[in-house]
Write a protein that binds this ligand. Sequence first.
Ligand code: ARG
Ligand code: ASP
Length: 711
Amino acid sequence: MKKYLLSSIILLFSFIHCLAEEGMLIPSLISAFESDMKAKGMKLSAKDIYDVNNSSLKDAIMHFGGGCTAELVSGTGLLLTNHHCGYSQVQSHSSLEHDYLKNGFWAKNHAEELKNPGLTASRMVRIDDVTASVFFGVNPSDNPLERENTMKKNIEQLIKDAIMGTHYVAEIKPFNYGNDYYIIVKEVFKDVRLVGTPPNSIGKFGGDTDNWVWPRHTGDFSVFRIYAGVDNKPAEFSDKNVPYTPLHFLPISFKDRKVGDFTMVYGFPGETEQHVSSAYLKFIVDKERPARILMRQKSLSVIDAAMRSSDEIRIKYSAKQASIANAYKKWIGQVDGLKQLDGVSIKIAREKEYTDMAETNETWKKSYGQSVALMNKLVSEGSEWEFKYAMGVEYLSVGPEFFKLVKGVDELIKNFEKYQENGTLDSIIKKSIDGAHGFFKNYDANVDKGIFDLLTVEYVKQVNSETVTTACGDIESLSNSIYSKSVLTNEIRFTEFLKKLNKKSISKVKKDPGYKLFNILIQDFREQVVPNYLAFDDQMTALLKNYVAGKYEMFPNAKHWSDANGTLRITYGKMEGSAPTDGMTYTEHTTLDGIIVKNNTGNADFELLPRMLELHKNKDYGDYAQDGELWVCFTGSNHTTGGNSGSPVIDENGNLMGLNFDRTWESTMSDYMFDANRCRNVVVDIRYVMWVMDKYSGAKHLVDEMVLVKE
Ligand code: ARG
Ligand code: ASP
């Protein structure tokens, strides 16, 4: 008995130990972590961080455009986020005469700030556990449909009650695979204007070469401002709107930093999968990721070569290349990290710990004894469908680009008679021609053909479906016919087709080789792959729900946290470097000197404008330096993921130290498994951000809007 107790305590301890700085915590539950955070140096209280009745840190954190995080830094609505988060807005305002991408942009006053239709910034009003209310009236004997209906009705009612008489919006999201439900009430601002951005040579410094990599020197920030109606409530864009007065904004941490300083990241992480089973992780590491990486490597081999050979293609493909390369590079890091750490064996050991614990008690044994085995069995039975689904995404949506035009053509065909009858046909055709022009502006048929040739071979091989194999037939001749004849691969042919749209051309396009191919493939994907994949995913979610419930019940003292799901979270750790591989140590910060060293390599990703060299030569760092050095970036042991970009990194007093924007390559495995020894988030130091505004860009008036704290 004694022996058993001791070993279980040691195991339990290891469960806790490996979770030290791991976790993305729900703000309304943060008081449970207050003492640990204080032990790590924090001087704030849980209520300073999250409070529904009084203003708190959470009121300064905004969900930016749905995919990134931003923070308020002045009493007049000034908002900071990453350069790569505001990139499409900056691009949309840029032209040859006003090349803001190349030269940067700074509004000198409110009147010069640029509007961004469609861009929103949302403040979270509150987040509450509504699990009991969502399950109210659900009986164990209900069939799944009855259960779902009751829950749906409850959810609708809860949302209605939560926003009644307010201008808020609300949603209810499952947490822990449906063990818990939370309501999130939000205030959505719709007038968000661009105030300033540094040039690409600062905001994107390092480009793809440095993406996901440390040491890093990117000034990844841009500046916006939230406007509201005169009542300070959200309003559609209007010249009458005024700068928003926030409930809270973050003062700027201007004091010296040292290794070990407390850091907290407050933002909107998108997705993590900490609970997946060992067999699933093995599937990801050995099969799914390598196949996706290979698909992207093939596309990139074509795109990169073409971009090197022509400036025109370089400009056309730069954004597409960046997006394909971003995940490609992340996945390589993920697989490497999980292999180096032997993540699968770690999972197997944890699963044994779990099942052994379940064996200690009859009730647990009944509920959780089979949990791990069932998940791993399901992987062997059904992961094939997840694999085919992933291949479909890589080929049909990330692969040959002409596929993207088919949906629009289908819409036109389907509604042709209706448009004719209601007299809208001409205007719809004109709109389609304009849309197609936008598409072809960034399209090169030779590049697309190169991608098609390589990826089609791979897709046929990987999905192993008779329909697909037959449809693709002799790939070389199919490719030649698509790229010499199809209306989808040439702007002139496509425009002619649209202009002459009639019954005859419609029946002709149905025989178009590109149109025909895509429709056969997408139908096969929708009918064969998607339903099987969704069934697999549903069954896995149900098993994970039970598995996670077991973790909470059997290991009540471990640090539990719900996987990221795009809701507001807190993660804390400290500023520190790392030693990710044998014989290599990363220091925790980089400086302006390092920018110059990289520039000297001649790599185009490290190009600078002359002003930077000049300022560096004069060492004109003002108050922004520490011990004579201008810090650019630093790393911390904070558990972050995609969506945390732009998140504030906050010091022990609640002041802004910098903007989170990336992770080191060795860290990217943290979406599946956090390792406190190697996982580091990458942050641009706020003092560099201020220096770029003030000294580099002459926008001191923005620095003056903020509150700088030296203590
Ligand atoms: N790796 C960063 C995050 O996933 C994005 C950085 C953007 N920069 C780039 N060169 N793609 O989203
Ligand atoms: N770069 C990511 C983002 O855009 C952050 C990360 O994945 O660490 O959200």
